[in-house]
Design a protein around this ligand. Structure first.
Ligand SMILES: Cc1cc2nc3c(=O)[nH]c(=O)nc-3n(C[C@H](O)[C@H](O)[C@H](O)COP(=O)(O)OP(=O)(O)OC[C@H]3O[C@@H](n4cnc5c(N)ncnc54)[C@H](O)[C@@H]3O)c2cc1C
Length: 396
């Protein structure tokens, strides 16, 4: 296994970097690099710029608008996007529902949804989790009962990320309660404007409206919005979760955040010298950097096996990636000490140009720290990933 990049791959990196240098709007870059909040328009704007270049869905087959890049090229592109401070392309459409549509939907559904996902004409959200059905997802209770050419959907989803902006939700619903719980689930695509849907915000520790509860009260959904076969939704759901965990290591973003942490620690003065020269603090930063380099090598090792999906190794990447992301935020807060305490919501939301607390780099970091507690929970909690590693990799 050769973990070095080839000359062609380095040339590809130059191409990606040139594109980002010339097309990434500085105001979006500033928001990402300074940990400010992105609005819906920010995500959509960047998605459409990348879509115009034909690079919005690199992993898709070329026939649907993918790039034909190798997995190493895709990794380089993600790495460069993170380095530049580009907003993420949200996964719900491109990386989650689209692969399911490609694999299991009918021709009409593919022709309608895939181009719209590629161009970000619809904002998608994920309707899997329910109160009482998270790690044990197959226990979900939202029902869909057949009534002529429609299903009538009743129930509740929760933790629905950015569902307040969504045009569409892909939902797991129970269509048969008489069989084993995994066998009575179907995969429905639901228009969020349908009467009977209520979206209620969940405000998180960082005071951000990032997740929601979504209620379904006699919501009429055409049977033509069913993906694949009725009661086969669990198979499609698992297929999707495999895609969800790909890329979850977020190595590129952590490398950018490590650079930021060092910059921050250079500016903080402790006993007459920059904090980054303090041996105790530097040792922590160095340890984290070593772990991040090791994770990057693991990611390269996984993707060097072209053609094979990440399989259970994705669970390792998720656990280590999320732990490193959280440790970075912890060291940022530690570097700042009491300066990390303020919450400046107006500045975070872009309503003011500068923080009223004086330090624009420091002001968003308490919220950032709190926000990142989520990474060890979403996408399947780290405890669940460790169960998968134990069974599938260690064979215990
Ligand atoms: C910020 C955020 C965004 C999210 N976005 C979405 C979204 O857009 N759409 C969506 O459908 N869902 C979303 N989720 C939900 C997420 O997938 C679930 O929170 C996650 O699967 C855990 O489920 P739960 O919250 O019900 O916790 P539970 O399953 O109740 O788990 C509680 C605790 O018990 C542990 N635990 C549970 N079972 C086991 C076990 N067998 N062995 C060991 N430990 C166990 C868990 O690790 C956890 O620590 C989001 C969650 C968060 C925090």
């Amino acid at each position: 296994m050769d973990l070095h990049f080839t000359a062609e791959e380095n040339a590809f990196r130059d191409t990606a970097r040139t594109f980002l240098d010339t097309h990434l709007p500085p105001e979006l870059q500033r928001k990402v690099r300074q940990h400010l909040r992105l609005a819906k328009d920010d995500y959509v704007r960047w998605h459409k710029i990348v879509a115009k270049q034909g690079w919005a869905a690199p992993a898709w087959p070329v026939e649907y608008g993918g790039t034909g890049w190798t997995s190493v090229q895709r990794h380089i592109w993600e790495d460069e996007c993170a380095r530049a401070g580009a907003p993420p392309i949200l996964p719900f459409g491109v990386n989650m529902v689209a692969p399911v549509i490609m694999a299991f939907a009918n021709a009409e559904q593919k022709a309608w949804y895939l181009p719209r996902i590629l161009n970000c004409d619809d904002w998608w959200c994920q309707g899997y989790s329910e109160p009482g059905a998270g790690s044990d997802l197959a226990s979900l209770k939202t029902t869909a009962e057949r009534d002529g050419d429609d299903y009538i959907v009743n129930g509740q989803k929760t933790w629905t990320t950015l569902g307040q902006h969504a045009d569409m939700i892909f939902c797991l619903v129970r269509t048969d309660s008489t069989v084993r719980k995994q066998e009575g689930i179907s995969f429905l695509l639901i228009d969020m404007k349908t009467p009977g849907i209520t979206v209620r915000p969940i405000i998180m520790l960082d005071e951000e409206h990032e997740v929601n509860e979504v209620f379904f009260d006699n919501v009429r959904v055409p049977v033509s919005n069913l993906v694949g076969q009725e009661n086969k939704g669990w198979t499609y759901a698992k297929y999707l979760l495999g895609h969800e965990r790909t890329g979850i290591a977020a190595v590129g973003r952590s490398k950018r955040e490590l650079t930021f942490l060092k910059q921050l620690a250079m500016q903080q003065v402790k006993r007459g010298q920059p904090l980054l020269r303090d041996p105790a603090f530097t040792a922590k930063v160095a340890q984290l950097e070593i772990e991040l380099m090791a994770l990057e090598m693991t990611v390269l090792r996984v993707i060097s096996e072209e053609g094979k999906g990440p399989g259970p190794q994705a669970s390792m990447l998720k656990v280590r990636g999320s732990e490193i992301q959280q440790q970075l935020t912890e060291l940022m807060v530690e570097a700042l000490g009491p300066q990390a305490l303020p919450f400046d919501t107006a500045f975070l939301d872009g309503a003011t140009e500068h923080s009223s607390f004086g330090d624009d780099l420091a002001a968003p970091l308490a919220a950032y720290y709190f926000n990142y507690r989520k990474t060890s929970i979403y996408g399947g909690s780290n405890e669940i990933q460790k169960n998968i590693i134990t069974q599938m990799i260690l064979g215990l």
